[in-house]
Design a protein around this ligand. Structure first.
Ligand SMILES: CC(C)(COP(=O)([O-])OP(=O)([O-])OC[C@H]1O[C@@H](n2cnc3c(N)ncnc32)[C@H](O)[C@@H]1OP(=O)([O-])[O-])[C@@H](O)C(=O)NCCC(=O)NCCSC(=O)C[C@@](C)(O)CC(=O)[O-]
Ligand SMILES: NC(=O)C1=CN([C@@H]2O[C@H](COP(=O)(O)OP(=O)(O)OC[C@H]3O[C@@H](n4cnc5c(N)ncnc54)[C@H](OP(=O)(O)O)[C@@H]3O)[C@@H](O)[C@H]2O)C=CC1
Length: 422
């Protein structure tokens, strides 16, 4: 199976579905569900309240992705142009050095139980920790199916939080939710433990809910982007500067991270997962020294002079539960990805976020996002100058690197390339 489908962009949607079916082995009739948006009003009426109709969202497929040595075509649902192109572009560049390498933590989601009016918060904290085994057993009794899959409460911690009205005792349940996003699962456990926690702490329980700061459910992606494939050493240096500003400046970090979420949210939506939960987790994780909002990703230059991109982000997505199982288009999207676990899905999503981020920075580092779009124009200039298919990418890279997307420059570059090749 290959995700390299040059010219995919020039095909019709129907022909693209046929190409995707051929490449992935997913039956065409499964893909044809996407042609109509994949959801009926009747189905929607069982998903949310007061349904009156549907909102169609474009579903594209990003090409060129290679993740941990396997090619994958990635479904992306978004209204924003150039996002799918950008992800595909970065994935193409990453392939030169083996594509994306990913990993992830265990799928641990945390529930919080807030206890108020505790006379001795520090004493309550230790009493609750002493009762840890009892509380964990009570929590696991709420979801025998999850436990049967190897999931369940892994640990418990108790924090004393200083707030303006006073000190709260906050119990965290750390729950391995396996292939679920896990919100319903951990919320059920938190509600079941509330009375016992209040009794041990000697206080009144108020909130019993998961935290979306899912910093124990992390997915990671890294890739090497070859300097020449990017457009040269100067461009690599400029990308590092662009990323460094995002690390240092919250104003730039907000847009830098929005660029990452362009990729992440498109795949989260396509697979019927909770985009708000993923966005809340990502932005709450983007905190650097001194508590300042910062960039989620990092870029540096390796010993070969190539660019190394890394991204680590909470990724609370599921394959069971939520809309993933009930929305037909989401089911098709998951089949396309060929993932067997929620962790595999989380890792591919993170790789797409890194790809999106790189593509945006590369475009910005070549005199603005528009210039990045102009690269399509540069291709036309190269063709007009008489470049062959093999010469076009080299001419385009030189035009972009030289910041001279012009016909006369294209002819000069072509002449230089041909003289070099004898
Ligand atoms: C737009 C490109 C990709 C052109 O880039 P290019 O280098 O001109 O593209 P190309 O024509 O040389 O094609 C290279 C590859 O890009 C893909 N590609 C290229 N064009 C298409 C297309 N039409 N349809 C589908 N795929 C396309 C495709 O994969 C293709 O290779 P192939 O697979 O064909 O061998 C580039 O300029 C780019 O990546 N720009 C970034 C665009 C972007 O980030 N868009 C998001 C919206 S802007 C934003 O919200 C984020 C931002 C910028 O604010 C974040 C931040 O500030 O950090
Ligand atoms: N703040 C937030 O993010 C909130 C999000 N939500 C929503 O909650 C939904 C996700 O909750 P979630 O708990 O995932 O949904 P579900 O409760 O629908 O699915 C989880 C359940 O599926 C069962 N299950 C079957 N197979 C597996 C498996 N392989 N691994 C794990 N569980 C399995 C489990 O047992 P069993 O069926 O016995 O339970 C588990 O409890 C999303 O739609 C989200 O929008 C809700 C509240 C708050």
């Amino acid at each position: 199976m290959t995700s390299r489908i040059p010219g995919f962009r020039d095909e019709s949607p129907a022909d693209r579905r046929a190409l995707v079916a051929k490449s992935t082995g997913v039956p065409l009739e499964c893909l044809d569900v996407l042609a109509s948006g994949g959801l009926t009003v009747e189905q929607a009426d069982h998903m949310i309240e007061n349904v009156v109709g549907l909102l169609g969202v474009p579903m594209g497929v990003a090409t060129n992705f290679r993740v941990n040595g396997a090619d994958v075509l990635v479904p992306m649902a978004t209204e924003e142009p150039s996002v799918v192109a950008a992800a595909s572009n970065a994935a193409r560049i990453a392939r030169e050095r083996g594509g994306f390498h990913t990993s992830s933590s265990e799928p641990i989601m945390q529930a919080q139980v807030q206890v108020l009016d505790v006379a001795d918060p520090d004493g309550a904290r230790l009493r609750l920790l002493e009762a840890g085994e009892e509380l964990i057993r009570l929590a696991n009794d709420q979801d025998p199916m999850l436990v049967s899959f190897g999931g369940g409460v892994r640990d418990l911690k108790v924090r004393v939080v200083d707030a303006s009205p006073g000190r709260y005792v906050v119990v965290h349940l750390m729950v391995d939710v396996r292939d679920a996003m896990g919100a319903n699962a951990v919320n059920t456990m938190a509600e079941a433990l509330a009375d016992r926690i209040g009794e041990i702490a000697g206080g009144r329980v108020l909130l019993r809910i998961l935290t979306n700061k899912a910093d124990m459910r992390l997915a990671r992606a890294r890739a090497v982007f070859e300097a020449d494939a990017l457009g040269g050493a100067e461009l690599v240096g400029n990308i590092v500067h662009a990323a460094a500003l995002a690390e240092a400046d919250p104003y730039r970090a907000a847009t830098h991270n929005k660029g990452i979420m362009n990729g992440i949210t498109a795949v989260v939506l396509a697979t019927g997962n909770d985009t708000r939960a993923v966005e809340a987790g990502a932005h709450s994780h983007a905190v650097g020294a001194g508590g300042r909002y910062t960039a989620l990703s990092h870029f540096e230059v390796n010993a070969d002079g190539d660019l190394v991109g890394t991204l680590e982000v909470p990724m609370p997505v599921g394959l069971v539960g939520g809309a993933t199982k009930v929305h037909p288009a989401a089911g098709t999207a998951v089949r396309l990805l060929g993932v067997a676990t929620a962790s595999e899905l989380a890792e591919i999503i993170t790789a797409v976020g890194l790809a999106q981020n790189l593509a945006a920075l590369r475009a910005l580092a070549t005199e603005g996002i528009q210039r990045g779009h102009m690269s399509l124009h540069a291709r036309n200039i190269a063709v007009a100058a008489g470049a062959t298919a093999a010469e076009i990418p080299k001419v385009v890279r030189r035009l972009i690197a030289d910041r001279a997307v012009r016909a006369d420059r294209a002819e000069q570059v072509l002449a230089e390339l041909r003289s070099q090749n004898g």
